[in-house]
Design a protein around this ligand. Structure first.
Ligand code: HEC
Length: 167
């Protein structure tokens, strides 16, 4: 009888030891995971500023912002700003500035790489000319040195609304 009881006690003791070891193992694994996580540190590089989104301006219907000037501004930043500045004072290497483009005489900036095709053309930029140019620049100004096309009418309309707002 007593042999059986002490055997049971030994077995229970061994079992609880095994449980404790298993729990300890888990805890250690947990500690390692915690250490593997990146720790916030003061000298880490600052996170890159996220690109502005229509949501930052309170626009919720982002697929089709209701304000065309706002929509046009986003298209401009994505499709045009790499080559064109919206300010007269800022000179970019890849295209003439577009400040006051609406109503401006074609090819009338002092941009140093302007083609003679552009300077020799003679009209001022209105809605129709801009819309044509953005569909097919070389047809609107033969020989012009750009072939950036904005395919959708809705995008061109928004873009032109934005270009009109550039003073
Ligand atoms: C890869 C560079 C590049 C991109 C992107 C670009 N353009 Fe241009 N754009 C040019 C260049 C270069 C010229 C001048 C071409 C010449 O001198 O023949 C020009 C000329 C123009 C002109 C005529 C300017 C004037 O003074 O008469 C307008 C308007 C224009 N671009 C609008 C746009 C719009 C709007 C977008 C965005 C959808 C755009 N461009 C994207 C390079 C670019």
């Amino acid at each position: 009888m007593s042999v059986r009881i002490s055997f049971a006690l030994v077995a229970l003791f061994a079992f609880s030891l095994a449980l404790a070891a298993a729990a300890g193992g888990q805890a250690r694994a947990g500690d390692q995971l915690a250490q593997a996580k990146p720790q916030p540190s003061g000298d880490a590089a600052p996170a890159a500023k996220p690109a502005p989104s229509p949501k930052d301006y309170g626009v919720t219907d982002t697929a089709r912002p209701s304000d065309p000037v706002l929509m046009g501004g986003f298209i401009f930043r994505q499709r045009c700003a790499v080559c064109h500045s919206k300010k007269e004072g800022v000179k970019l290497a890849y295209g003439p500035h577009l400040a006051g483009i609406y109503g401006r005489e074609v090819g009338s900036t002092d941009w140093f790489r302007q083609s003679s095709a552009l300077t020799e053309a003679s009209f001022s930029w209105d809605e129709e000319k801009l819309d044509d140019f953005l569909q097919d620049p070389k047809k609107t100004v033969p020989g012009v040195k750009t072939d950036v096309v904005v395919r959708f009418k809705r995008s061109r309309t928004a873009l032109i609304a934005y270009l009109k707002s550039l003073k």
